[in-house]
Design a protein around this ligand. Structure first.
Ligand code: GRF
Length: 200
C-alpha cells in the first residue's frame, strides 16, 4: 500500500473524492497526510473528519516561500509520503522542491492540456469558444501545468454555459478521473518515458 499525501489550498472536493475511493479500497494506497497553505481550508476539515494527519503551512508563518516549501517537504517526509497528489494547491512548486522530494507528484487541472494552462481554465475555454473541454491528470514539473500527461477526460461545452455550469460539469469528471489515476500510479501501473506516459 503506497503512502499518499495531498496538498490542497481550498474547497477540497477532489480530496474528498480521493478519501471516498480510499475508503472503498480503490486507491492501492492510503491517505496519510493532507497539507494546506491556508489554515482555514475546507480541505483540512475534510482531513480531520476522515482522520487523516493534516498540517497547515500559511506563508505568514515563514520568512519566505522557500522556508514554507522546506517545512512542507520535511513534514511530508515525516509522514513517509511516497506519492504526492496536488488537489487545488494554488502554489507553483519550485524546481528545488520537485528535485528534492524524489517521489512522483501529480496534479489535476480543469482543461484538456496543453490548452488553457494556469488560473481560470474553464473561463479561458469559454472565452476561446471551444466546444469540448475537460480535465487532465499530469505529473508535475517545474512549469505551469506542463508536465507529462497521464490521463484526460473530455467534457462537452454546451450553448449557454457559464463559468459555473462548465466548472461543475468538469468537476464531476475530475472526481471520477483523479482517484482512478492516483490508483494506477500507486499500483505501479504507469510507465513513463520522457513525456510519454503509458498505462500498463
Ligand atoms: C479543481 O478544479 C482542480 O482541477 C483545480 O483546482 C480545483 C480544486 O477544486 N486544480 P477542489 O478544491 O478539489 O474542490
Amino acid at each position: 500500500m503506497m503512502r499518499i499525501g495531498v496538498l490542497a489550498s481550498g474547497r477540497g472536493s477532489n480530496l474528498q473524492a480521493l478519501i471516498e475511493a480510499w475508503k472503498l479500497g480503490e486507491l492501492n494506497g492510503e491517505l496519510v497526510a493532507v497539507g494546506s497553505d491556508h489554515e482555514e481550508a475546507q480541505a483540512l476539515k475534510r482531513a480531520v473528519e476522515a482522520g487523516i494527519p493534516h498540517g497547515a503551512f500559511p506563508l505568514s508563518r515563514f520568512s519566505s516561500r522557500q522556508e514554507q516549501e522546506k517545512a512542507i517537504l520535511t513534514w511530508l517526509r515525516e509522514q513517509k509520503v511516497e506519492l504526492l497528489a496536488l488537489a487545488g494547491f494554488m502554489r507553483v512548486l519550485s524546481k528545488e522542491f520537485l528535485q528534492d522530494i524524489q517521489i512522483p507528484v501529480l496534479n489535476i487541472h480543469p482543461s484538456l492540456l496543453p490548452s488553457f494552462q494556469g488560473l481560470h481554465a474553464q473561463r479561458q475555454a469559454l472565452d476561446y469558444g471551444v466546444k469540448i473541454s475537460g480535465c487532465t491528470v499530469h505529473f508535475v514539473d517545474e512549469g505551469l501545468d506542463s508536465g507529462p500527461i497521464i490521463a484526460q477526460e473530455a467534457v462537452l461545452v454546451l450553448p449557454g454555459d457559464t463559468e459555473d455550469s462548465l466548472s461543475a460539469r468538469i468537476l464531476e469528471a475530475e472526481h471520477r478521473l483523479y482517484p482512478e489515476v492516483v490508483g494506477w500510479v500507486a499500483g505501479g501501473r504507469i510507465k513513463r518515458n520522457g513525456r510519454i506516459v503509458v498505462k500498463i
